[in-house]
Design a binder for this molecule. Sequence first.
Ligand code: FES
Length: 583
Amino acid sequence: MPLAITDLISEKLTMKKRRSQNWFGKKGKDGFIYRAWMKNQGIPDDAFQGKPVIGICNTWSELTPCNAHFRELAESVKKGVLEAGGFPLEFPVMSLGETLIKPTAMLYRNLMSMDTEESIRANPLDGVVLLCGCDKTTPATVMGAASVDLPTIVVSGGPMLTGKYRGKDVGTSDVWRWTEENRMGTISDEEFRFAEGCMARSKGHCAVMGTASTMACMVESLGLSLPENAAIPAADSRRKVLAQLSGRRIVEMVNQDICLSQILTRKAFENAIMLNAAIGGSTNFVVHLLAIAGRMEVPLELKDFDRLGSQIPLLANLQPSGKYFMEDFYYAGGLPVVVKELGSELHEDALTVNGRSIGENCQNATCYNEEIIATRSKPFQEASGIAVVYGNLCEDGAIIKPSAATAELMVHTGKALVFENIEDYHAKINDPDLVAEESDILVLKNVGPKGYPGMPEVGNMSVPKSLLEKGVTDMVRISDGRMSGTAYGTVFLHVSPESAAGGNLGLVQNGDIIEVDVPARSLNLMVSEEELARRRALWKPEDLGYNRGYVEMYIRDVDQSHLGADLYFLKGKSGSEVTRDSH
Ligand code: FES
């Protein structure tokens, strides 16, 4: 039986001086300045007299289409804050739209987290609501907020409605299929463009269990959001209801002094890993969860993802691992059903933002469609999750998502077909003269955190055109990059150390034999140590030509992917205290 955590939470903190009173409660010139300029927005004086000040951290941007509806959502949060007696103040932070930003949004995740962290700490806030949706906006804001450790609640933007294309349900995973068909000439350019509007027909983020939905499930699994946050479609009016209720709840959290560190415990991280396995979540989950754990100073290793997740059955029949969409997932009961189904496998007593445990929150969840959310006794796959492999090709690990891969390729030996960098890959992959065999293993170098820079989602390389024409649809692929959460295939990712950091991946040559054995968790380059030493002596990193600004700092200070690819100096917390005052 889950613990009645509510009983354990003291309300006496309502008596404690609020953080915001270090600004608005001040006497003399300082207090005058803090309050007077705020009053130019038409705010009455009683707003400054000890009400919990709630920051609404908004990642709205028209350049982040998945978050473009967040002004409306912020209004709902504000209503809730006001209803509960709080004082809401909305503020912007950097926003990262997955589709437009070059060279890759991941390059800026850590920068966005810094913006979030410093914006929260520097301002008179007692609690924060994070509005996030598109892939990086969730981990970036959570990472930043974690390093401040105030009462915090996440409201996700919600997925798009399921796409409708000529009588069929479609989503982001179909982009890869349409692209291959367009490459093959089986659908025209006009049809390709027509499909765009069919797929993205409503506000919200990608409608499949891609990275954005995985992140939304992650925050619910961690206990950072109200139940059902993950799956309510952006266009469903209940999304606004959830935002309003979250606004009410954050005021209570401030009164109860429930900070992130009480929620983001080791138990919460373990729950998130197990639930991510059960829903067939994105491989990007790994690098983001590691980074958040690093901020919280909770020990978490790559091995934990395999140990805790790989034996968890796949319960959600959602694309790209399965058939359905996030909208269907919501109507079937959403993440609470999966939580209930995993039951005692999870730490049911882990605290969530509503003051109850995750077990309490989900004990009455009901599944309305077992074709979409299966039972443990009859799962869609017996074992899911993320497998972590090691070997001389990835001494600090690499990952693969078996549920999105071809079972026959889980044990495989083949010749390396090497692309030195992304330009080399683009130049060759469609070349009809590229000599490639179905059993070959595609190797892409220099797409890791330092090497690209920013670890882009290019790990799911296309099958060479010459093989595609013969009907080959999957091959083993290895890189130090990531892959889109909406993609699939037998793809080894996040190879660490990356090629640009001197990893053996950088030493692979065309024709080398590579052995893949996922059941044995190994990935090895069958080249002698002497030969590798000879190649290493000749190796030097590519000169990327970055010599200033954020990117230069990122390349210098970013950790490897098995550590979360955070900037090493951002690990841990600085807390919420600000010791100096310029007035
Ligand atoms: Fe924003 Fe997919 S592009 S969630």
